[in-house]
Design a binder for this molecule. Structure first.
Ligand code: SF4
Length: 248
């Protein structure tokens, strides 16, 4: 992985899109979300495949640092935080400078990450107030992780494991979240993943049931409220001090 990347300034941040106002992307905060262009993974259920290449696809509109700053100046007092999401925000060399400038404007910083770049997370974590860490499968199941993320060679689970460890060491507030579908995560696998995370000290866990977007031809169909089973949900509620089921 890229250990020697050169820092860049916030104006160079590649923003694919901005959500001006949301109450669900940073629990307990009203936030704006900046989606950063580029991701090294190719997850089978990705809702934002146009954000995977580092270059902006020409057929999509994109946003800019200037638009984010203008939005934040207008929304001072109405927004608590800015969430950097993606794509994978930590691949952008301008992320640290952007976070610093957003912080100077008085906003908290949220970070959504797949955990694919632990060393990049380490470069910004002191500026971050809350992390949403995607955990896509068991961190001891390299094969399952490769299958979901579309990688053949590297060990994505190991990178995520290192990122989790790093986040825990800093003491920053965080949640682990898993996008779930019975095709790859039947109830018994949900439970074993949850137990694994709990045994690693995770206290906040969100299960996000897969939802098929109309505009994308993704391989998994929508599932009904019978998944996961009520017993599984009950077990998850007992296991974690804070557990949330998300269906949208
Ligand atoms: S890590 Fe996220 S943005 Fe990247 S391919 Fe997977 S789902 Fe899409």
């Amino acid at each position: 992985m890229d250990q020697k990347r050169v820092a860049a300034v916030a104006d160079e941040l590649k923003i694919a899109a901005i959500t001006p106002y949301t109450s669900i992307d940073y629990p307990g905060c009203f936030s704006a979300v900046a989606f950063i262009q580029g991701c090294p993974w190719r997850c089978r259920y990705c809702h934002n495949p146009h954000m995977q290449p580092r270059e902006f696809p020409p057929q999509y509109l994109h946003s800019s640092w200037g638009e984010l700053v203008t939005l934040l100046e207008r929304r001072k007092g109405l927004l608590d935080a800015v969430v950097f999401s993606g794509g994978e925000p930590t691949l952008d060399p301008a992320l640290r400078d952007a976070m610093q400038r957003v912080k100077e404007m008085g906003f908290k910083i949220g970070l959504h990450t797949s955990g694919c770049y632990p060393e990049h997370v380490a470069q910004v974590i002191d500026l971050v107030d809350w992390v949403g860490l995607d955990v896509k499968a068991s961190l001891t199941d390299a094969e399952a992780y490769r299958w979901i993320t579309g990688l053949n060679k590297s060990d994505p689970a190991d990178h995520v494991s290192q990122t989790l460890e790093l986040i825990q060491k800093t003491g920053v507030s965080y949640e682990c979240r898993t996008t779930a579908h019975p095709a790859y995560l039947p109830d018994e696998k949900i439970l074993s993943l949850a137990k694994e995370l709990r045994s690693r000290g995770v206290e906040t866990f969100a299960l996000q049931v897969y939802r098929k977007p109309k505009e994308l031809d993704l391989p998994f169909a929508n599932v009904g409220h019978e998944y996961p089973e009520p017993e599984t949900l009950e077990a998850l509620q007992k296991l974690f001090p804070r557990f949330e089921l998300r269906r949208e």
